[in-house]
Design a protein. Structure first.
Length: 139
C-alpha cells in the first residue's frame, strides 16, 4: 500500500472514531505529544495531547451523536508529513431531532513507526446562506 492510501485510511479512521464516540479509538490515532493541536468548530484552540484528549472526552460525553463523512478530500504529503483538506458533512442527532451542518477541515499527520498519526485537526463551520427574498436570487 502506498503512502497516499495509508493517509486516506488514517483520515477515514479519524472520522469513524468521531462517530463511534469511543475515546480509545480516537486515542490510537493521535500522536501523544505536547505540540498536537485541535480546533473543533466554534471552539478555542486546544494544545497538548492531554487537553486534546479531554476535549474529545467532552464531545463524546454529550447526549448527541453524529454521523460525519468527508467530501472534497485532498491529500498531500512530503516525507513524513501529510495534510488532508476536506469538507466535513455532519449530521447531529439528539433524541428525535437532527441537524446537518458542514465544516471546512484540515488534518495534519506525521509518520511514526510506519503509521500516520494525527498532530493537528482544525475544523471551521461553513455558514449556510439562504436567500431572504426573491431579490436575492440570481436572474
Amino acid at each position: 500500500m502506498d503512502d497516499r492510501e495509508e493517509i486516506k485510511l488514517a483520515n477515514t479512521a479519524f472520522y469513524r472514531a468521531i462517530e463511534s464516540g469511543m475515546i480509545e479509538r480516537m486515542e490510537g490515532l493521535w500522536e501523544h505529544e505536547e505540540y498536537v493541536c485541535c480546533v473543533h468548530p466554534g471552539w478555542d484552540r486546544v494544545v497538548g495531547w492531554a487537553k486534546v484528549r479531554y476535549s474529545w472526552e467532552q464531545i463524546f460525553a454529550g447526549e448527541q451523536r453524529m454521523r460525519i463523512f468527508p467530501t472534497e478530500v485532498s491529500i498531500h504529503y512530503s516525507g513524513e508529513v501529510a495534510w488532508v483538506s476536506c469538507i466535513e458533512n455532519i449530521t447531529l442527532f439528539q433524541d428525535t431531532n437532527f441537524d446537518t451542518v458542514q465544516a471546512a477541515a484540515t488534518n495534519l499527520f506525521i509518520q511514526r513507526g510506519g503509521k500516520w498519526l494525527m498532530v493537528h485537526h482544525h475544523a471551521s463551520p461553513i455558514p449556510m446562506i439562504l436567500p431572504d427574498s426573491e431579490s436575492d436570487t440570481i436572474q
